[in-house]
Design a protein. Structure first.
Length: 249
């Protein structure tokens, strides 16, 4: 695929108490963060170490709040719904109306983004391509949105990271010691990084971990790039026969 891919997004806001009912303005700010991060238009891209600067790219993937619902009616692309559930987890309850969540819109046509309270320190989780349509999408903690109360994780990068997974990206350390993330231009690294590591943090005989990659576990303020290899892996999903190609229609 050539040119910019624009993905319609439906945001399902599930709140138990009013503090969790993020505003439409905050949702819009989250979409803006996604668009900046995926376009390498984020201001902190200037912090990318010189060794990685040639690898940092605009992915050519963008996001827009849905303007039409599945019936064709006009929509803001944002659903606010109160729930009796005080805290959700990775069991996908948030994705089903009859369980206290909100049903997915057709995954063939929308990115479903659920915003809710999550327990156990969980910031978010995502479904990789190729899974069931009724659970497809990403879930993020309400306070991880830009300006939220989740300290070190309130610049909206949790959504950037989770959408990376939804577009087939693995964690940069390959989820095992010096593991493989199936992307050639991201250095092999020992494990996840947290906080804000100094570059170079050398592991696995690399020249420095790419800890500033969105697919590490660093603070929101310390992750600011996708690599060319990651962008190619994401874009491949939209090729003819690719598992997210239906979103282009
Ligand atoms: N722990 C979550 C996951 O593995 C998200 C981590 C997001 N990190 C961040 N700096 N926002 O999917
Ligand atoms: Zn992850
Ligand atoms: Ca790699």
């Amino acid at each position: 695929t050539t040119g910019v891919i624009t993905i319609p997004v439906v945001v399902h806001v599930l709140y138990n108490v009013e503090a969790q009912n993020v505003s439409d303005a905050q949702v819009a700010a989250q979409i803006t963060v996604l668009n900046k991060d995926f376009a390498k238009a984020n201001a902190d891209a200037r912090l990318i170490p010189a060794a990685f600067a040639p690898l940092a790219v605009n992915t050519n993937i963008q996001f827009v709040l849905a303007k039409q619902d599945p019936t064709g009616a006009q929509t803001t692309g944002i659903i606010h719904k109160q729930t009796k559930i005080t805290s959700f987890t990775t069991n996908d309850v948030v994705k089903f109306s009859k369980r206290g969540g909100d049903d997915a819109w057709p995954a063939s046509n929308y990115l479903n983004l659920w915003v809710c309270n999550l327990g156990g320190g969980l910031l978010g989780y995502a479904q990789f391509p190729g899974g069931k349509a009724n659970t497809d999408g990403v879930v993020v903690l309400y306070s991880s949105l830009p300006g939220g109360s989740s300290v070190s994780y309130n610049k909206g990068r949790t959504a950037t990271h989770e959408v990376g997974h939804w577009l087939n990206l693995r964690h940069i350390w390959g989820d095992t010691n010096c593991g493989n993330d199936l992307v050639a231009d991201t250095p092999t690294q020992q494990t996840s990084n947290y906080g804000c590591p100094d570059y170079p943090h050398i592991t696995c005989n690399n020249k420095g971990d790419m800890s500033m990659n969105y697919m590490d576990y660093t603070d929101d303020a310390c992750m600011y790039m996708f690599s060319a290899g990651q962008a190619a892996r994401m874009n491949a999903l939209f090729d003819t026969g690719g598992s997210r190609a239906s979103l282009l229609n």
